[in-house]
Every structure is written in C-alpha cells, then in structure tokens.
Write a protein that binds this ligand. Structure first.
Ligand code: NAI
Ligand code: MG
Length: 353
C-alpha cells in the first residue's frame, strides 16, 4: 500500500465547503485503486486564524507544509476580517514563493453543458504554462521625486534559468499532447527581454523536434484566444502574459467556479500546490451552492501530477458527464446544490470504476 501525504488548507469561505467534499471523493478514488491511501493533514489557516493569532499561519507554518508531499488548497480571503493584501501575501503567495512553485499550470477546456460566452466555442482544449517566479512581477525598482517630477521604475527580470525551464516544461507537455507550443512574445515592442525569450524558445525547441513551435505577439494571441481557441494545444508565457491569458481562458470556459490550477515545484524539493482559480466567494459562502468542479478539477491535476492518470481520467469523466447531464450549480445556470453535484459524481465514479 502506497500512502500519499497531503497537506490540506481549506482556507476561507467556500474553500471550507468544496475542499471536504473533494477529499471524500479522493478517498473514494483511492479505494477504487486499491493500492493507495491518502493521508490528509488539515491546517485551519486563513482569516479566522488571523483573527485569533494575528497571522495567517504559525511561524513554523512553512516548515510544516514543506514536510508534505503535496498541498491541496481551497481559497483564501475574507475582506471583512483581514485586508486582502495581508491574507494573500501571508499565505498563498508565501507558499508559492517559499515552496519554489515556479510554474503555474492551467487547463482551459470546453465542457459540454457549460455555456461559454463565445458564440462558437468549438470544443477548445489547451493548457497555459505560466512562468511563476519572476518576469514582470519583480520587486526591483523604485520611485523618486514627487509632484510633477514623480517617477516610478519597475524592472522586469528574465533569467535564462527560469525562461528555459518554463519553455522546456511547455515543450515536454506538448509532446504528451498534440505536439504544438504557442509562445507569447512581444519582441516588436519589448526589445530586450522578449527577443531573449524567443531565442531560448528556439534553443530549447531543438530538443523537441516533433513539437511545432510558434511565437505569437501577446496582443494577437489574446484575440485568437477569443476568436479561435480550438487552434491551441500548449501556450507558454511570462508571468504577466500568462496571468492575462489564463484569465481569458477561465472566462471562455464559462464560469470561474470550474477553472483549476497547479503551482508546480519542478525539482521535487518542496511540495507542489493544487487550487481552484476562484476565491472564497463570500457572497455565496454558507449557502451550499458553491460549484465544486474547480476544486475537484484541481484534485484531478494532483492525481495526474502524482502519476495516477487513470484515476485522474475517471474523476474528470465523472465530473464532465455530471455537468453534461444537467446536474450543476446555479453559477452554471443549474439548480442543484454542491452536495447533489458531488453525490452524482460519486455515483458515476463507482459505476465506471
Ligand atoms: P471570487 O472568485 O471569490 O468570486 C467572484 C464571483 O464568482 C462571485 O460572485 C462568486 O460567488 C463567484 N464564484 C467564485 N467561485 C465560485 C464557485 N466555486 N461556485 C459558484 N460561484 C463562484 O472572487 P472575489 O469575490 O473577487 O474575491 C473574494 C475573496 O477571495 C477575496 O478576499 C479575494 O482576495 C479572495 N481570492 C482568493 C483567491 C485564491 O485563494 N486563490 C483567488 C481570488 C480571490
Ligand atoms: Mg489573474
């Protein structure tokens, strides 16, 4: 029997609703497999914890987390209790940075039964690989003077190491999928870092001869995501470009309640973290109507990451078929509760195992 040691942080708001039901289904999947168990260690960190202790996690919180194999997180934030910048930087961003989760991975896929805002969505299915450690989101820069002379300088940081590993990750992913990488650039306007990025794409690309590599300027690429999303397989971009593209991705999927994400630690030194794209949704928290799909899809990504592709597919198909059958929460235009959706997925897991 193989035991997987998972740290669980439900967090705030609907995180406390969609995380427990996801753990239940992960246990069902472990039973179906027969050879694995999950050992979940739950950490009650978040805004309630901050109210009681004056911080989002204990002083040795990171040390505790780093001992686990993976981290499964719900959502963090409750502006009525703690300002957002404190809750975000005190927990979520702290984990991403200190666990060196240098790649952010987000699937964007059309699901039957979800109405995309696109008139003609045409069955899109692609992955966005975002550089998650540097680029435009750097703390290097400063401000000086005031009044009409006020100046702000913000430096974007592009290192060979980070660009290379990001592009390599995207190419390797494309090899397992449909052999195509589209790289976001802007070498016509950003004349140092983007040609550097493009050069590394060409170099790394040589190691992946079967993968078709294409560079596209970020402005045109953003437009194509809306006009012909089905033409993409893997998209790779810098921190800022990836951030924007993934939000467009979540939008064309039809609801923020279904989009998942993985923050990947590449060398296995620290855990990776799996979390939905959505936040704590205070407007619907406690009503039992939170869409569990974003959290469950994140669990599916965790299963893929720890190398149980069959269990991952089983979970994905049960989820997708549940939605397609019309059993869905109000954010997708349905009338079902979180529990009803989860029960249906559970039934389908058992039926298809
Ligand atoms: P949000 O994603 O929590 O909610 C935006 C809208 O989408 C709301 O109307 C909400 O009801 C709906 N929604 C989100 N997830 C849903 C789900 N699973 N099922 C059904 N409806 C869903 O974003 P918002 O309102 O901007 O932020 C609320 C709090 O969450 C803030 O404190 C924010 O800082 C935090 N946040 C945390 C994130 C994280 O932990 N990764 C990401 C985004 C926001
Ligand atoms: Mg964003």
């Amino acid at each position: 029997m193989v035991t997987h040691d998972i740290a669980v942080i439900p967090g705030d708001g609907i995180g406390k609703e969609v995380v427990p039901v996801s753990l239940d289904l992960l246990n069902v999947l472990a039973d179906i497999h027969g050879g694995i168990t999950f050992q979940f260690t739950e950490y009650p960190w978040g805004c309630d914890y901050h109210l009681a202790h004056g911080q989002m996690m204990p002083k040795n919180g990171m040390e505790q987390l780093k001992q686990h194999e993976q981290i499964f997180l719900g959502a963090v934030g409750d502006q009525n209790l703690v300002p957002d910048h404190i809750s975000l930087w005190g927990l979520l961003i702290k984990i991403r940075r200190e666990c060196e989760q240098v790649i952010n991975l987000r699937p964007v896929k059309y699901l039957e039964g979800v109405s995309s805002p696109l008139a003609n969505p045409n069955d899109f299915d692609f992955m966005v690989v975002r550089e998650n450690s540097e680029g435009e989101y750097s703390e290097i820069g400063g401000t000086m003077h005031s009044g009409p002379d006020e100046v702000a300088v913000q430096n974007a940081i592009f290192t060979r190491k980070a660009v290379e590993r990001t592009i390599r990750y995207a190419c390797a992913l494309a090899e397992e999928r449909n052999q195509k990488v589209t790289s976001a650039t802007k070498s016509n306007g950003i004349v140092y870092s983007m040609p550097f990025w493009d050069k590394i794409l060409a170099e790394v690309g040589e190691d992946y001869p079967k993968v078709e590599k294409q560079s596209q300027h970020i402005d045109a690429l953003s437009a194509f995501l809306v006009t012909k999303p089905s033409s993409f397989d893997v998209i790779v971009g810098s921190n800022l470009f990836g951030d924007i593209l993934t939000d467009i991705g979540a939008a064309i999927m039809g609801s923020i309640g279904i989009a998942p994400a993985a923050n990947i630690n590449l060398d296995g030194k620290y855990p990776s973290m799996f979390e939905p794209v959505h936040g704590s949704a205070p407007d619907i928290a406690g009503k039992g109507i939170a869409n569990p799909i974003g959290q469950l899809w994140s669990a599916k990504m965790m299963l893929d990451h720890i190398d149980y592709p069959e269990l991952a597919s089983l979970l994905f198909d049960a989820m997708a078929n549940t939605i397609a059958s019309g059993i869905k929460t109000p954010d997708l235009g349905g009338k079902h509760s979180t529990e009803e959706v989860v029960d249906e997925i559970h039934k389908r897991l058992l039926a298809n195992a």
